[in-house]
Design a binder for this molecule. Sequence first.
Ligand SMILES: Nc1ncnc2c1ncn2[C@@H]1O[C@H](COP(=O)(O)OP(=O)(O)OP(=O)(O)O)[C@@H](O)[C@H]1O
Ligand SMILES: [Mg+2]
Length: 205
Amino acid sequence: MLFDGVDLRLNVGDSVAVMGPSGSGKSTLISCALGLVKPEGVVRVADSDLGLMRRRERTRHRSRHIGVVFQFGELLPELTPLENVALAGLLAGADRKETYKTASELLGSLGVPRHNRPTGTLSGGERQRTAVARALVNQPSLLLADEPTGALDDTNRSAVAELLFDVPRRWPCALLVVTHDAQVAALADDTVHLVDGRLIPQETR
Ligand SMILES: Nc1ncnc2c1ncn2[C@@H]1O[C@H](COP(=O)(O)OP(=O)(O)OP(=O)(O)O)[C@@H](O)[C@H]1O
Ligand SMILES: [Mg+2]
Protein backbone atom coordinates (compact mmCIF):
# COMPACT_ATOMS: atom_id res chain seq x y z
CA MET A 1 0.00 0.00 0.00
CA LEU A 2 1.45 3.33 -1.07
CA PHE A 3 -0.49 5.63 1.30
CA ASP A 4 -1.31 5.09 4.92
CA GLY A 5 -3.74 7.61 6.35
CA VAL A 6 -2.95 10.60 4.16
CA ASP A 7 -5.14 13.54 5.20
CA LEU A 8 -4.67 16.80 3.32
CA ARG A 9 -7.07 19.75 3.09
CA LEU A 10 -6.71 22.92 1.10
CA ASN A 11 -8.95 25.95 1.05
CA VAL A 12 -9.05 28.64 -1.60
CA GLY A 13 -6.03 30.91 -1.05
CA ASP A 14 -3.88 28.14 0.49
CA SER A 15 -0.67 26.77 -0.90
CA VAL A 16 0.81 23.46 0.25
CA ALA A 17 4.02 21.79 -0.85
CA VAL A 18 4.41 18.03 -0.57
CA MET A 19 8.02 16.90 -0.49
CA GLY A 20 9.34 13.38 -0.64
CA PRO A 21 12.03 11.28 -2.25
CA SER A 22 11.65 9.65 -5.63
CA GLY A 23 9.11 6.86 -5.48
CA SER A 24 7.45 8.12 -2.29
CA GLY A 25 4.16 8.67 -4.14
CA LYS A 26 4.11 12.39 -4.97
CA SER A 27 2.90 11.95 -8.54
CA THR A 28 0.44 9.31 -7.42
CA LEU A 29 -0.97 11.81 -4.92
CA ILE A 30 -1.54 14.25 -7.82
CA SER A 31 -3.21 11.45 -9.81
CA CYS A 32 -5.54 10.81 -6.86
CA ALA A 33 -6.47 14.50 -6.69
CA LEU A 34 -7.19 14.38 -10.44
CA GLY A 35 -9.37 11.30 -10.02
CA LEU A 36 -7.09 9.28 -12.33
CA VAL A 37 -6.18 6.90 -9.52
CA LYS A 38 -8.84 5.82 -7.06
CA PRO A 39 -7.49 5.39 -3.53
CA GLU A 40 -9.30 3.56 -0.73
CA GLY A 41 -10.15 6.84 0.97
CA VAL A 42 -12.17 9.83 -0.15
CA VAL A 43 -10.99 12.58 -2.49
CA ARG A 44 -13.17 15.69 -2.56
CA VAL A 45 -12.59 18.54 -4.97
CA ALA A 46 -14.86 21.60 -5.01
CA ASP A 47 -17.22 19.90 -2.53
CA SER A 48 -17.71 16.75 -4.60
CA ASP A 49 -16.47 13.22 -3.95
CA LEU A 50 -14.57 12.10 -7.08
CA GLY A 51 -15.04 8.44 -6.17
CA LEU A 52 -18.83 8.70 -6.42
CA MET A 53 -18.79 10.08 -9.95
CA ARG A 54 -19.12 8.20 -13.21
CA ARG A 55 -16.16 8.50 -15.53
CA ARG A 56 -17.62 11.20 -17.80
CA GLU A 57 -18.83 13.23 -14.87
CA ARG A 58 -15.41 12.98 -13.27
CA THR A 59 -13.75 14.13 -16.50
CA ARG A 60 -16.07 17.13 -16.69
CA HIS A 61 -15.54 17.94 -13.01
CA ARG A 62 -11.78 17.76 -13.54
CA SER A 63 -11.74 20.12 -16.50
CA ARG A 64 -14.05 22.55 -14.73
CA HIS A 65 -12.37 22.65 -11.32
CA ILE A 66 -8.75 21.50 -11.62
CA GLY A 67 -5.71 22.89 -13.43
CA VAL A 68 -2.40 21.03 -13.69
CA VAL A 69 1.18 22.04 -14.38
CA PHE A 70 3.64 19.25 -15.25
CA GLN A 71 7.42 19.11 -15.07
CA PHE A 72 7.92 19.46 -18.81
CA GLY A 73 4.97 21.72 -19.49
CA GLU A 74 3.31 19.18 -21.80
CA LEU A 75 2.39 21.95 -24.23
CA LEU A 76 1.90 21.46 -27.95
CA PRO A 77 5.20 22.73 -29.43
CA GLU A 78 3.77 23.72 -32.85
CA LEU A 79 1.10 26.01 -31.38
CA THR A 80 1.73 29.53 -30.09
CA PRO A 81 1.40 30.11 -26.33
CA LEU A 82 -1.96 31.81 -26.96
CA GLU A 83 -3.22 28.81 -28.93
CA ASN A 84 -2.00 26.37 -26.27
CA VAL A 85 -3.81 28.22 -23.50
CA ALA A 86 -6.98 28.87 -25.52
CA LEU A 87 -7.13 25.23 -26.62
CA ALA A 88 -7.51 24.12 -22.99
CA GLY A 89 -10.49 26.46 -22.70
CA LEU A 90 -12.05 25.33 -25.97
CA LEU A 91 -11.67 21.66 -24.99
CA ALA A 92 -13.54 22.44 -21.79
CA GLY A 93 -16.38 23.85 -23.88
CA ALA A 94 -15.82 27.57 -23.35
CA ASP A 95 -16.87 30.25 -25.83
CA ARG A 96 -14.15 30.87 -28.45
CA LYS A 97 -13.97 34.66 -28.20
CA GLU A 98 -14.12 34.67 -24.38
CA THR A 99 -11.44 31.98 -24.15
CA TYR A 100 -9.01 33.80 -26.42
CA LYS A 101 -9.55 36.97 -24.39
CA THR A 102 -8.98 35.17 -21.07
CA ALA A 103 -5.94 33.33 -22.48
CA SER A 104 -4.40 36.56 -23.72
CA GLU A 105 -4.98 38.32 -20.37
CA LEU A 106 -3.51 35.40 -18.42
CA LEU A 107 -0.40 35.24 -20.59
CA GLY A 108 0.05 38.97 -20.13
CA SER A 109 -0.32 38.86 -16.37
CA LEU A 110 2.06 35.89 -16.13
CA GLY A 111 4.72 37.69 -18.14
CA VAL A 112 4.76 35.65 -21.36
CA PRO A 113 5.90 37.94 -24.19
CA ARG A 114 3.35 38.53 -26.92
CA HIS A 115 4.45 36.93 -30.20
CA ASN A 116 3.40 34.33 -32.71
CA ARG A 117 6.28 31.95 -32.30
CA PRO A 118 5.61 28.28 -31.77
CA THR A 119 5.76 27.34 -28.08
CA GLY A 120 8.57 24.88 -28.84
CA THR A 121 10.92 27.79 -29.58
CA LEU A 122 10.39 29.54 -26.22
CA SER A 123 12.72 29.35 -23.24
CA GLY A 124 11.99 26.80 -20.52
CA GLY A 125 10.83 29.57 -18.17
CA GLU A 126 8.45 31.02 -20.77
CA ARG A 127 7.07 27.56 -21.46
CA GLN A 128 6.34 26.96 -17.77
CA ARG A 129 4.65 30.37 -17.49
CA THR A 130 2.53 29.33 -20.47
CA ALA A 131 1.77 26.03 -18.73
CA VAL A 132 0.59 27.96 -15.64
CA ALA A 133 -1.63 30.15 -17.84
CA ARG A 134 -3.09 27.06 -19.48
CA ALA A 135 -3.79 25.52 -16.06
CA LEU A 136 -5.69 28.67 -15.05
CA VAL A 137 -7.74 29.29 -18.20
CA ASN A 138 -10.81 27.45 -16.92
CA GLN A 139 -10.67 29.25 -13.56
CA PRO A 140 -9.98 26.13 -11.50
CA SER A 141 -10.51 26.07 -7.74
CA LEU A 142 -7.58 23.68 -7.40
CA LEU A 143 -4.21 24.10 -9.11
CA LEU A 144 -1.91 21.06 -9.02
CA ALA A 145 1.76 21.08 -9.97
CA ASP A 146 4.09 18.07 -10.26
CA GLU A 147 7.76 19.12 -10.11
CA PRO A 148 6.89 22.32 -12.00
CA THR A 149 10.45 23.64 -11.85
CA GLY A 150 12.24 20.31 -12.22
CA ALA A 151 13.38 21.01 -15.78
CA LEU A 152 14.50 24.63 -15.27
CA ASP A 153 17.84 26.28 -14.56
CA ASP A 154 18.31 28.16 -11.25
CA THR A 155 17.16 31.58 -12.46
CA ASN A 156 14.01 30.31 -14.12
CA ARG A 157 13.36 27.95 -11.25
CA SER A 158 13.01 30.76 -8.69
CA ALA A 159 11.04 32.97 -11.10
CA VAL A 160 8.53 30.24 -11.99
CA ALA A 161 8.26 29.05 -8.37
CA GLU A 162 7.53 32.59 -7.17
CA LEU A 163 4.97 33.12 -9.89
CA LEU A 164 3.30 29.81 -9.08
CA PHE A 165 3.02 30.42 -5.34
CA ASP A 166 1.65 33.87 -6.10
CA VAL A 167 -1.30 32.31 -7.95
CA PRO A 168 -3.51 31.66 -4.86
CA ARG A 169 -2.97 35.31 -3.86
CA ARG A 170 -4.04 36.59 -7.28
CA TRP A 171 -6.78 34.13 -8.29
CA PRO A 172 -9.36 32.34 -6.13
CA CYS A 173 -7.86 28.86 -6.00
CA ALA A 174 -5.80 26.53 -3.83
CA LEU A 175 -2.36 25.32 -4.89
CA LEU A 176 -0.83 21.90 -4.28
CA VAL A 177 2.77 21.50 -5.43
CA VAL A 178 4.72 18.27 -5.20
CA THR A 179 8.48 18.67 -5.41
CA HIS A 180 11.74 17.35 -4.06
CA ASP A 181 13.18 20.88 -4.15
CA ALA A 182 13.31 22.43 -0.64
CA GLN A 183 13.84 25.95 -2.02
CA VAL A 184 10.64 25.67 -4.04
CA ALA A 185 8.71 24.16 -1.13
CA ALA A 186 9.86 27.00 1.14
CA LEU A 187 7.55 29.38 -0.75
CA ALA A 188 4.42 27.45 0.25
CA ASP A 189 2.21 28.39 3.22
CA ASP A 190 2.72 24.83 4.53
CA THR A 191 5.09 22.04 3.69
CA VAL A 192 4.45 18.37 4.43
CA HIS A 193 6.74 15.42 3.84
CA LEU A 194 5.51 12.17 2.35
CA VAL A 195 7.34 9.49 4.31
CA ASP A 196 6.37 5.82 4.27
CA GLY A 197 2.92 6.69 2.97
CA ARG A 198 2.23 9.28 5.65
CA LEU A 199 2.23 13.06 5.58
CA ILE A 200 4.48 14.56 8.24
CA PRO A 201 4.22 18.32 8.89
CA GLN A 202 7.49 20.18 8.38
CA GLU A 203 7.85 21.57 11.91
CA THR A 204 7.63 18.22 13.74
CA ARG A 205 10.46 16.69 11.77
N1 LIG B 1 -1.62 3.33 -9.28
C1 LIG B 1 -0.64 2.95 -8.49
N2 LIG B 1 -0.91 2.13 -7.44
C2 LIG B 1 0.08 1.70 -6.64
N3 LIG B 1 1.35 2.04 -6.79
C3 LIG B 1 1.67 2.85 -7.81
C4 LIG B 1 0.70 3.34 -8.71
N4 LIG B 1 1.33 4.14 -9.62
C5 LIG B 1 2.62 4.14 -9.30
N5 LIG B 1 2.84 3.34 -8.23
C6 LIG B 1 4.14 3.09 -7.56
O1 LIG B 1 4.14 3.97 -6.45
C7 LIG B 1 5.43 4.47 -6.19
C8 LIG B 1 5.39 5.98 -6.20
O2 LIG B 1 5.38 6.49 -7.52
P1 LIG B 1 5.27 8.04 -7.84
O3 LIG B 1 5.45 8.19 -9.30
O4 LIG B 1 4.02 8.58 -7.26
O5 LIG B 1 6.52 8.61 -7.04
P2 LIG B 1 7.10 10.07 -7.01
O6 LIG B 1 7.22 10.46 -5.56
O7 LIG B 1 6.32 10.97 -7.88
O8 LIG B 1 8.56 9.85 -7.61
P3 LIG B 1 9.45 10.89 -8.49
O9 LIG B 1 10.04 11.88 -7.51
O10 LIG B 1 10.51 9.99 -9.06
O11 LIG B 1 8.59 11.50 -9.53
C9 LIG B 1 6.33 3.86 -7.25
O12 LIG B 1 6.97 2.74 -6.68
C10 LIG B 1 5.36 3.45 -8.34
O13 LIG B 1 5.85 2.34 -9.07
MG1 LIG C 1 6.77 12.04 -9.65
